[in-house]
Design a protein around this ligand. Structure first.
Ligand code: 5AD
Ligand code: SF4
Length: 476
């Protein structure tokens, strides 16, 4: 009998990667994927807890399955990921028809949990230890992930893959649940990472994105020798088949010279850094416990642009954090205007139970004010992103072709031409009229139009040498 699995994933790249691993392991147990929860005999939700909205979405999806489960009690329903770790028993209380709840460190137990649920087990809970519930070693072990099981069919492009190099986070920014849900920071051994990179390259991966909550803090010590992210990049530069290396997310306080030199000197490493500033006000940064001031961030940005001129930098911001005044917000606007990020993800502060901000600070900025600040900052960022993209007009960029774009527009005069999409080395999205055979190639595309989020181009037909590519934001 074929077993059918439906899996819904929300949240960050770590979650996408975790879902890939879960699917890979369940395929080994004879499962096939279906995109209809009603047709599945096992339904899994891989969840996110970073903002309340993400949790509400999951509870609402779960609610939709209540009747289905009543009519088909043999369907197994599991909740995985950060919300599973955070809410634990609460999930059974809110959705009593859920069969099991599994934290990010217990995903390897899923085949067993499904089998037990199908043979009539009671509700099962498998989660990691809390940050005070054991020795550091025990806590770490309970949050370990089960890389490197991979499933190429789960990736949105066969040429791109994520590779986790670090688990957890030790920064404890006051607004953030991640140190609780993903446990202590742990760097994976470099040999394991390199071996996984080779497997991915053999599967056709050309662009590898290294993942960690604070990826630039990556350290792995074995005996006398310590491997840093810069060392790891040097090793991965040698992996044949991999053309581009990216890494997210960086912590501004840990941006070291050796890493900047690696980005400058290693040809495969993208001139692109995601460096969330979160706020432009020192008072708010301190309340967030980010561990740096605007002045420190400013020095870092100067160093980045001196070392790797024109490198693309992007950011995250939280607006409406506890106690944020109009003056504080204005400082954030000023910082966004000064640093001219390639793009920014802007979030309204969402209080998360179990965080220091929830325990010690008051969520006192009204929702309407958060919304207004969000829109204002977004409007400014869009202007900046569009101006940054317009600097590419008339230039050729080298694009790693991902495949037909989601809209997949067919050219009216030829069934063959479709809208294709890919990214530049500095992580800008490019679309053009092309054909599917271009997928996976590194292609020269000349840019003739630009919006805040997209470069529009045409394929260059004459020979162009690599020296003419605008790899970075042109200074002009
Ligand atoms: N509320 C709003 N945004 C948050 N982020 C993290 N925690 C919260 C929260 N409680 C944002 C930060 C982080 C990004 C991944 O999500 O900007 O960089
Ligand atoms: Fe959360 Fe801060 Fe860690 Fe990022 S660095 S995961 S924001 S605690």
């Amino acid at each position: 009998m074929s077993k059918r699995l439906y899996i819904e994933t929300v949240g960050c790249q770590m979650n996408l990667l975790d879902s890939e691993m879960v699917v890979a392991s369940l395929r080994r147990h004879g499962y096939e994927l279906t995109d209809q929860p009603q047709q599945a005999d096992t339904v899994l939700f891989n969840t996110c807890s970073v903002r309340q909205h993400a949790e509400e979405k999951t509870y609402s999806s779960l609610g939709k399955l209540k009747q289905h489960k009543q009519r088909h009690p043999q369907t197994t329903i599991g909740v995985l990921g950060c919300m599973a770790q955070k809410d634990q028993q609460l999930i059974f209380a809110r959705a009593p028809y859920v069969d099991f709840v599994v934290g990010p460190g217990q995903l390897q137990e899923i085949p067993k949990l499904i089998a037990q649920a199908k043979s009539g087990a009671n509700q099962q809970l498998a989660v990691g230890l809390g940050r005070r519930d054991g020795s550091l070693e025990e806590i770490k072990r309970s949050h370990e992930t089960f890389d490197p099981l991979r499933d190429p069919q789960m990736r949105s492009s066969p040429y791109q893959a994520y590779l986790r190099i670090q688990i957890g986070c030790d920064k404890f920014c006051t607004y953030c649940v991640v140190p609780n849900t993903r446990g202590p920071e742990q760097g994976r051994p470099p040999q394991q990472i390199e071996a996984e990179a080779r497997v991915l390259a053999d599967q056709g991966t050309k662009e590898l994105t290294l993942l960690g909550q604070t990826v630039n803090s990556y350290r792995h010590t074995a005996g006398e020798s310590t491997t840093r992210l810069s060392d790891l990049l040097g090793r991965l530069q040698e992996v044949e088949g991999i053309e581009r290396l990216k890494f997210v997310t960086n912590f501004p306080g840990d941006m070291t010279d050796d890493l900047l030199h690696a980005v400058r000197d290693l040809s495969k490493v993208s001139p692109y850094l995601h460096l969330p500033l979160q706020s432009g006000s020192n008072r708010i940064l301190q309340r967030m416990k980010r561990g740096y001031t605007l002045e420190v961030y400013d020095e870092m940005m100067t160093k980045i642009h001196d070392t790797i001129p024109g490198t693309a930098v992007s950011s995250d911001f939280i607006v409406g954090f506890c106690g944020e005044t109009e003056d504080d917000f204005q400082l954030t606007v000023d910082a966004a205007a000064k640093y001219r990020f390639k793009n920014s993800f802007i979030f309204k502060y969402s209080e998360r139970p179990g965080t220091r901000a929830a325990d010690r600070l008051v969520d006192d900025v009204p929702l309407a004010v958060k919304q207004r600040r969000n829109q204002e900052l977004l409007a400014l960022q869009n202007q900046i992103s569009e101006a940054g993209n317009q600097a590419f007009l008339g230039r050729a960029v080298k694009v790693l072709v991902e495949g037909p774009s989601k809209r997949e527009i067919r050219h009216p005069s030829s069934g063959e031409l479709v809208q294709m999409t890919g990214r530049t080395h500095c992580d800008r999205i490019v679309v053009w009229d092309g054909n599917r055979r271009q997928s996976g190639q590194l292609l020269a595309v000349t840019i003739f139009d630009a919006s805040a989020h997209t470069l529009f181009g045409q394929v260059v037909t004459e020979h162009v040498g690599p020296e003419v590519f605008a790899l970075r934001t042109p200074d002009a």
